[in-house]
Design a binder for this molecule. Structure first.
Ligand code: BMA
Length: 895
């Protein structure tokens, strides 16, 4: 069994009953083959209609495809694109503009096949189940020529009893995968209308406005998004196995957290047991705490033949509770359940979970209605970002990659990530890592923004998917919210194509569509969460007010704010809005040159080249002009392509910092900032702060500072600056606000100190000061102010303030010097500036090391020590290091 499969199956039988053999699992991932299917999809289940001419044309494989009729080795879990890549049947899907010529793969049908032996002993078992943890998506499964399943939902798990279909010796399992586009399109094109979707295909296989993805339970982003390519995958994307068992099977083991307080945790250990016959058993549950403390409870239960839901109440005194990043340890308890009969153990299961109470507090107040996460009674200001899928091909993401991105988030002081609804529910390994790290997960159900169909079959498929996913994930303490979807409600209310649709379609039909969405998001999914995970709050949509009125408002619920970037408004407009919780806002940038080189050649290195546009998905490549707009507005004209890349990151980092710090300073009116977006699905331009290779952009380094538990935030508006001491500490502390005014060329003009009492879990305004008082006649273009919050004489937080956008400043040449040396505990790079240095960036080229700090400003005469982790060859690193600052990147020196 693969490690992933063992994690996916959190409950399993360990010891067989007397006379019954130990239940076994047999991994069926090895030995698969694939080929281009000989039977192309007809009109699928929908008899009427023809696919579009363009689809038919694109469906033709354009490269050498002869060999694809032959069986070739496949990887399971996997996808057809990665299989073709592994066999060198296709070039790298991420290289240059290869995407355009690889669309035929997702428009074709594919077969997978596995031959495997079964012995007589297996066939003597009471039950043999074939379990698919995930099929992508329209899959016809046959065993020894007998059709067993027509799957149609990528997010479901399928369990098939196959004992009577198996025979001793060699068995053949086949999976025929139909192109979801080729299957649904002929039907859709005969319909009176197509529901408004997300991003139209750039390749013409789907006519504009006729998107099939709305009608399919499959990861939406694979149809192309504004940060990722269109690769419609097909495959056996999760593990597959045979499970053999006899009299009974533990289908689920769950620790329901009825009440969790400092002095006691009241739990209910619940088991779902499938039994062949009725009988009395003893249920025993043992637990081990993080400190090694143990306990156990047991009870007699009468099992009936069939499905049983049984439980053992538990009580743990003074539990070591699970705390999110910044508030304590993410403590985890281990639970073991056993079922005993006639003196022997017949079944068992294990679970690990953290004990915590989570509330979504929505108190009415002077600003409207609050939106605050409260964990174990502590109101937690949420600091983080939105998470998108890790890869265009999700099945190739290892658990190491899953964890590495989460570590990057934690290292940047993030305590919450929103797993956005246009992707996939993640592997168990992802949530287990979030549990261990203390990173809270806001979990969307997988709806990315498209208007949903209202038919019963679609809703029922969604309901089962939701039940399976909530059951699978509900013991992860990291999950603190289930949200119905991404932007479905706000889209319906506000987006022009939806408004046109509502005018175009008759009123009855509009009502049906609207009621259909309301049923799924207000009733079906809400009920699944309240039935299966009642201690975790449900939220109808992001953004929304949970159906308490219109979505995406400043006074209630969560808000996505996109006037900056999508609306081209200046970055300073971030200061004009103070929602109760800002769950999306973002600015784009390009990844570092080392990442760009992974998809582009030297001749592609300009913003408007075909390849650079192909890796810029916002507005079909026009996003590079949007980047330039903001770069010019704030900084000036980039000198060359690498400077454009660098400036895009500086702009993104400083812009998001302004917004995030404004939101933190507005606590308690605002209680969370999740910027868009943490990670990337491929190498390209996007809103990510960590790129596809987990290389940190400037924004991630800034986030580490602006999300630190204690921050000093100077916000300058109309010639006046408010300075806030922002603290996520649970205790007040006394500090001193030091203000130093410098001439950028080197001279300290003035220094003042002010005592500050920084309140716990608060933003405290420490100072309000106007420009004239700070400058006292000095030239604003040549002056910088440094604010430090000193605790016991040492800076607990530090921030610089300028009197205008960077392009208006008279920045000096800083004369940066560097020295790479052994700091005793590893390599240290010291960077020093003679004069003020703006936006210093240390680049290590193709050498991947982790820097403790980067993307910072240095005051005149200041030095910084950067710890370097992961260097293997010091001399090669020394040669690779380059350091630049703002003045190096601009075409002309600023006035
Ligand atoms: C948001 C998201 C995504 C999108 C992002 C950037 O609103 O929900 O759909 O990728 O904006 O445009």
């Amino acid at each position: 069994m693969t490690p992933r499969a063992s994690l996916a199956l959190a409950a399993w039988l360990v010891v067989g009953a007397a006379g019954a053999a130990t239940p076994t699992e047999r991994d069926l991932s090895v030995g698969w083959q694939f080929r281009l299917s000989h039977t192309a999809t007809p009109a699928g289940a929908n008899p009427a209609g023809e696919p579009s001419a363009q689809l038919k044309r694109l469906r033709q494989c354009t490269s050498s495809c002869e060999r694809l009729d032959e069986w070739q080795p496949a990887t399971v879990p996997g996808a057809i694109q990665t299989d073709l890549l592994a066999r060198k049947n296709i070039p790298d899907p991420f290289w240059r503009d290869n995407e355009a010529s690889l669309q035929w793969i997702g428009l074709s049908d594919w077969d997978y096949q596995l031959s495997f032996d079964v012995d007589a002993a297996t066939l003597r078992r009471g039950h043999v189940d074939l379990v698919f943890d995930g099929l992508d998506t329209f899959a016809e499964v046959s065993l020894n020529g007998k059709k067993l399943l027509s799957a149609d939902n990528m997010f479901r798990r399928w369990r098939l009893p196959v004992k009577s279909t198996l025979h001793a010796g060699s068995n053949t399992l086949t999976v025929h995968l139909q192109s979801p586009i080729a299957r649904v399109q002929p039907w859709l094109l005969t319909q009176p209308y197509a529901l408004p979707g997300e991003f139209d295909s750039s390749f013409g296989d789907e006519p504009k406005g006729k998107q099939t993805s709305n009608y399919v339970r499959k990861a939406n982003y694979q149809y192309g998004w504004d940060w990722g390519p269109r690769y419609v995958t097909l495959g056996i994307w999760r593990p597959v196995r045979l499970e053999s068992w006899d009299d009974l099977r533990v289908a689920d083991f769950h620790i329901a957290q009825t009440q969790v307080e400092a002095d006691v945790a009241k739990l209910d250990a619940q088991l779902d047991v499938r039994a062949d016959k009725a009988g009395a058993v003893t249920l025993k549950v043992e637990w081990t705490g993080p400190d090694g403390k143990t306990g156990s409870e047991q009870r007699e239960v009468a099992l009936k033949a069939g499905e049983n839901h049984v439980g053992v109440p538990l009580s743990i005194d003074h539990p070591q509770r699970w705390w999110p990043v910044g508030y304590g340890e993410p403590n985890l308890y281990r639970f073991h359940a056993s079922i005993e009969s006639g003196g022997s153990t017949v079944a068992g299961a294990d679970r690990e979970t953290g004990l915590r109470k989570v509330e979504l507090r929505r108190d009415k107040d002077q600003w409207g209605r609050g939106f605050a996460f409260v964990v174990n009674g502590v109101p937690v200001f949420a600091k983080g970002a939105n998470l998108i899928p890790y890869d265009a091909f999700p099945s190739r993401v290892s658990s190491e990659r899953l964890e590495a991105i989460l570590r990057s988030a934690k290292d940047a002081n993030m305590n919450m990530l929103r797993m956005w609804g246009g992707g996939t529910y993640q592997d168990d390994a992802f949530y287990a890592a979030a549990d261990r790290l203390g990173v809270m997960i806001w979990q969307d159900f997988m709806f990315g923004g498209a208007v949903t169909p209202y038919d019963d079959a679609f809703r029922e498929s969604t309901r089962i998917e939701a039940e399976e996913q909530v059951t699978r994930l509900r013991d992860h303490p990291s999950i603190v919210l289930w949200a119905g979807n991404n932007e479905v409600q706000t889209g319906w209310e506000e987006w022009p194509d939806r408004i046109d649709f509502q005018k175009f379609v008759n009123a009855d039909e509009v009502k049906k569509v609207e009621d259909g969405m309301r049923t799924i998001f207000d009733k079906t999914l809400r009920k699944v969460v309240s039935d299966l995970s009642p201690q975790v709050p449900y939220w109808a949509s992001s953004p929304s007010t949970d159906f308490d009125g219109p979505a995406n408002v400043e006074t209630d619920g969560d808000m996505h704010y996109w006037k900056v970037w999508s609306g081209s408004e200046p970055i300073s407009h971030y200061l004009d809005i103070t929602p109760r919780f800002q769950s999306e806002y973002g600015l784009q940038s390009f990844p570092v040159m080392a990442t760009i080189k992974a998809f582009a050649q030297p001749e592609d290195m300009q913003p408007e080249s075909k390849v650079m546009r192909a890796h810029q998905k916002f507005a079909n490549g026009d996003g590079n002009q949007r980047l330039l707009l903001y770069i010019r507005q704030e900084y000036g004209e980039p000198k060359d392509f690498p400077s454009f890349v660098y400036l895009s990151q500086v702009m993104q980092a400083e812009g998001i910092e302004l917004a995030a710090e404004h939101l933190r300073s507005a606590r308690p009116r605002n209680m969370g900032t999740l910027y868009w977006q943490l990670n990337d699905v491929w190498p390209g331009a996007s809103w990510a702060s960590v790129d596809y290779f987990n290389r940190w952009k400037a924004l991630q380094f800034h986030a580490k500072r602006f999300y630190a538990p204690v921050d000093v935030v100077p916000l300058r508006r109309d010639g006046k600056t408010d300075v806030f001491a922002v603290s996520d500490r649970t205790r007040d502390f006394d500090a001193v606000l030091r203000t130093r005014v410098y001439d950028m060329g080197g001279k300290l003009l003035r220094e003042t100190r002010l005592p500050v009492h920084a309140k716990a879990l608060s933003s405290t305004r420490a100072l309000t000061v106007d420009d004239a008082t700070l400058l006292k006649g000095a030239d604003p273009r040549k002056t910088v102010v440094a604010f430090d919050l000193l605790e016991n004489g040492k800076p607990a937080a530090h921030h610089l303030l300028y009197f205008g956008a960077a392009r208006t400043l008279a920045l000096p040449t800083p004369e940066l010097t560097t020295s790479l040396h052994d700091g005793g505990h590893g390599l240290v790079l010291t960077v020093s500036a003679k004069r003020l240095a703006r936006a210093v960036w240390v680049d290590t080229g193709d050498i991947d090391v982790r820097l403790s700090q980067n993307a910072f400003d240095l005051l005149p005469g200041e030095s910084i020590d950067i710890e370097i982790d992961g260097a293997t060859d010091t001399e090669a690193l020394r040669r690779a290091i380059t350091v630049r600052s703002l003045v190096d990147a601009l075409k002309e020196t600023t006035p």
